[in-house]
Design a protein around this ligand. Structure first.
Ligand code: PDD
Length: 287
């Protein structure tokens, strides 16, 4: 497979990242995951805007953001993925610090940039029958709105879900649901869509944004408001959404740490509203 690495298209095996790269040493970098539908990159501009926000927040000087779309299409072509659903991964780090040193390196240090693409198919069965999730304490930092590669709490929480026979962990911070480890969270109550509001504590997901837009277009009421885990059992439907998961129903939520009094919420099958939103999003992606 060809990748784009620091200005060149090279074979993946030839990509050598320095042991002094700050991405490796300090998780000092940002990333994006973009869907290629087989015809085009989905919402590339929104991903690039979020990437720019992250680079600015981290004060990484990377002037090449506007070239990334061209690089993405070139990778699709070189890897013979035209027409096939794929996932583009972009990672930009602050470059090297040799010797290791926390402070930013000198101004002439170049950021490290890696872009790769892989063929991808959705977990169709999960989209049809739904998944199980656990609730878990959100012990991430307080800038979850920045898409940094520093994902250890997400990794640990997702593994905890797996170890408890679930496919996603839903974070709870200060008495409210924030999001999943790699997804945003939605619920349905009395025909209305609910999702936690944008804040420093959730990633402003591109899929989340598009779903809210599409639902409002079809006059499906959407409320961006805090969701307390204590009321989860009173809600009708649950779903997680992301670039890779699209809209995936959640049919079981286990409160394995006794955050609430309800140990398990079970829905016998994905809800009608969830399936409708799923169809609306799929149609929009594939149009
Ligand atoms: N994750 N919340 C978190 C913490 C995420 O990591 C992601 C995406 C989302 C959904 O964002 P979007 O709709 O823009 O994909 C929400 C990506 C896919 C990942 O880390 O693989």
């Amino acid at each position: 497979m060809f990748v784009f690495f620091n200005g060149e298209f090279i074979e993946e095996e030839d990509c050598k990242i320095s042991p002094y790269d700050r991405g490796f040493l300090f998780a000092d970098g940002v990333y994006e995951v973009v869907k290629y539908t087989g015809k085009r990159f989905f919402e590339f501009d929104s991903h690039l805007m979020r990437l720019k926000t992250g680079l600015e927040f981290l004060k990484i000087n990377f002037p090449g953001v506007n070239k990334l779309s061209e690089i993405g299409y070139e990778l699709i072509k070189r890897n013979n993925l035209t027409g096939m659903q794929s996932i583009l991964y972009i990672q930009i780090t602050r470059g090297e610090s040799n010797p290791r040193e926390h402070l930013f390196p000198g101004k002439d240090t170049l950021p490290t940039i890696l872009v790769n693409v892989k063929g991808f198919s959705n977990k169709q069965i999960e989209k049809e029958i739904g998944i199980s999730a656990i609730l878990t304490e959100d012990f991430r930092w307080s800038k979850c709105c920045i898409k940094t590669v520093s994902l250890l709490p997400n990794v640990l929480a997702l593994q905890k879900a797996r170890d408890n026979n679930a496919s996603e962990a839903i974070f709870v911070r200060d008495g409210y649901i924030t999001e999943g480890t790699h997804t945003n969270f939605f619920a349905v109550k009395d025909g209305c869509l609910l999702t936690p509001p944008l804040s420093d504590f959730i990633l402003p997901g591109i899929t989340r944004k598009i779903i809210i837009k599409l639902c409002r277009e079809i006059n499906f009421p959407v409320f961006e408001e805090n969701i307390s885990p204590f009321y989860l059992h009173t809600l009708d439907e649950f779903m997680i959404v992301s670039t890779k998961a699209d809209v995936t129903p959640v049919v079981r939520i286990d409160d394995i740490n006794n955050i609430t009094q309800v140990r398990r919420i079970v829905k016998t099958c994905p809800g009608a509203f969830t399936l409708k939103i799923q169809r609306v999003l799929d149609d929009y992606i594939n149009q």
